[in-house]
Structure formats: C-alpha cells, structure tokens
Design a protein around this ligand. Structure first.
Ligand SMILES: [Zn+2]
Length: 324
C-alpha cells in the first residue's frame, strides 16, 4: 500500500550527536557581559535582597571577583556605581575619584585584557534618582547631555574600554561621540542603550543600585512598552549619531524588538537580560519549582536566537560554568 508522503523531521533528532550537529544557536562565555555593582568601603559584599546571588562589592574585593570572571571565559564586565553621597546634579558620576572611575582603574590594573564597559548615566548619583537634570519636575534634555558627556569622558580617562550611555536623552550618542573625540578618545566605542523601555522589570536593579526615582517615573524619557516602530527610530538615530553597538533592554518581553533591530541594522547587538528577569527565575528556583540551569540556558539561547550577539546578564557566571 502506498504511504502518504510526509516529511520525517525526527530523522535529525535521533541522537545527541545529530542534534548537536544541526543546532542553529550556540552560546559561548564570550557572548556574556557580567554586571558589577561597586560600593565604597572595605571588605563589603552585600547580597541584594531581591536578587539572590548578586552582590554589591567594594573595590578591595574586586581581585577575586575579576579572577573568577576571567577564569570562566567571560571577557567583559559592565560597571554600576553605588556612591556614598548623592546630590541634585549627580556629581559622583563624573568626578575623577567617582566609584566607577576608581573601579575601572582597579580592574584595568588587575586584568588589562578584561573589557570594562562603563554604564553612563546619572540616576545612581542623583538624590532625586532621575537620569538627568531636573527642573520644575521635568528631566531637562540638553542640560543633562552636558553632564553625560562629562561622565563619559571621565570614565574613558579612567581607562574604560567602552562607553554605554543609558539615560535615553535625545542626542546622547552625538554629544558623547563629540565629547570623547575632542578629549582624544576617538578609539573608544559607544555601546548605546538605543532601545530602552520604561519597564517594571527594572525593579530589583533599583534596589541594587539605590536608584529608585524619588518622584514620578521615567516615562518621559524611556520608551512605551507598547511601541515597536519607535524602537527602529531610536536605533536609527543612534546609528546616525555614531553608535558602534546597540542595546535592547529588557530582553525577554522584547524578543520581537531584538529581532527587528537585528534585521534592520548592521551593528553588533546587545540584549540586556534585566534584574526582574533574573529575580523571577531565582525566586522560582529557590522554591524548587523549576530547573534553574535548564531554564537559564533556554532563556539565554532564546535571546541569542532572537538576534542578540551579546547578552548582559546576572546569570553570566552561572551560565559560563554550565557551558563548561
Ligand atoms: Zn539612569
């Protein structure tokens, strides 16, 4: 009797070796960027309550941390500062002995080959917790740019390899590119948070960086989660202004946006697997409800499959261990 013609997809799933041979997406430790929260003080290693397994660490403990990260094959860290003092114009972001500037020098001294990415924003340093200069309750675009440029230049001067502006002011890439060039840092690339949504998934980060806005929200500068075409406009203007790499943030609820940006722009693409995405998995894992390792690897694979070339993730160290 004639058999109905159909396609046997299962032929390519028969053995682990065969599945591996036809696998389309691969994760490597060098795809991962590990975020570090740096605090003043000594011998300090504070676990962030809403992010189990993630710590604020002081400068003197960076040696062990950086050695571990390097040993795991991770090539880059992104730095967030948690200063002792804040003021209304975020002075701690751009002074020469700011916490990120100090941490950058320490890391480049310990491990010159480790890429230091400096997150360039003001919200960790302002007493109102907003990402720019506030006047009459509104975050002022052009005044904020001046401080962002100062911040980027001071981070480059401290030895940062990559500048990652995250504050979502219009024109930040153009302003920072000009500022870096004028200061002699033509060779320092900009990894722009081009597409950054106003997301509830950032909640735990604000515990980690003590950067919760003291009034209002960030909806006048971060993007509306409902918008897709706006992401392409943001990415386009950043490319025109001179961005070398683009970031989409967050990742999991925005996999469609990652794919859109990847399809439309010829630049290395970074996805930020944010704090809330981490905390959800950690909480379920601590309750014994999920297989943490399997879920994390599936999640990171999905972010790469969506189009990310690199992933900023709090799971970087765990994932690199599991890949080994
Ligand atoms: Zn900010």
């Amino acid at each position: 009797m004639d058999q109905i013609l159909f396609k046997r997809h299962r032929r390519l799933r028969k053995s682990a070796a065969l599945r591996e041979m036809v696998r389309e997406t691969h994760l490597h430790p060098e795809d991962l960027i590990y975020p570090l929260f740096i605090v003043e003080g000594e011998n300090t290693r504070n676990e962030i309550s809403s992010m189990p397994g993630t710590f604020q660490i002081s400068l003197d403990l960076l040696k062990d941390e950086i050695e571990e990260i390097a040993r795991l094959g991770i090539k880059a860290v992104i730095l967030f500062g948690v200063p002792d003092e804040k003021d209304d114009c975020g002075t701690g972001a751009y002074i020469d002995d700011g916490i990120v500037q100090k941490a950058t020098r320490v890391i480049k001294e310990l491990a010159p080959e480790m890429l230091v990415i400096a997150d360039t924003c003001l919200c960790e340093y302002t007493d109102h917790g907003h990402c720019g200069v506030v006047e009459e309750g509104y975050v002022q675009n052009d005044q904020s740019l001046e401080l962002l440029v100062k911040t980027a230049v001071s981070q480059a001067r401290a030895g940062a390899d990559i500048i990652a502006p995250s504050n979502m002011m219009d024109g930040f890439v153009a302003a920072i590119r000009k500022g870096l060039d004028e200061a002699g840092f033509q060779e320092i690339p900009i990894m722009s948070y081009a597409v950054k949504y106003s997301s509830a998934f950032y909640g735990p980060f604000r515990d980690a960086a003590n950067s919760t806005p003291q009034f209002g929200d960030r909806k006048t500068y971060q993007m509306d989660p409902a918008n897709r075409l706006e992401a392409l406009r943001e990415a386009q203007s950043d490319m025109e202004e001179g961005a070398d790499m683009l970031i989409v943030k967050p990742a999991l609820s925005y996999l469609d946006i990652i794919r859109d940006v990847k399809n439309d722009f010829n630049a290395p693409l970074v996805a930020y697997n944010v704090s809330g995405e981490y905390s959800l998995i950690k909480a379920a894992a601590l309750n014994g409800w999920i297989d943490e390792k399997a879920i994390v690897m599936e999640m990171l694979t999905s972010i790469k499959r969506a189009g990310a070339d690199m992933i900023i993730t709090y799971f970087a160290k765990d994932a690199a261990k599991w890949m080994d």
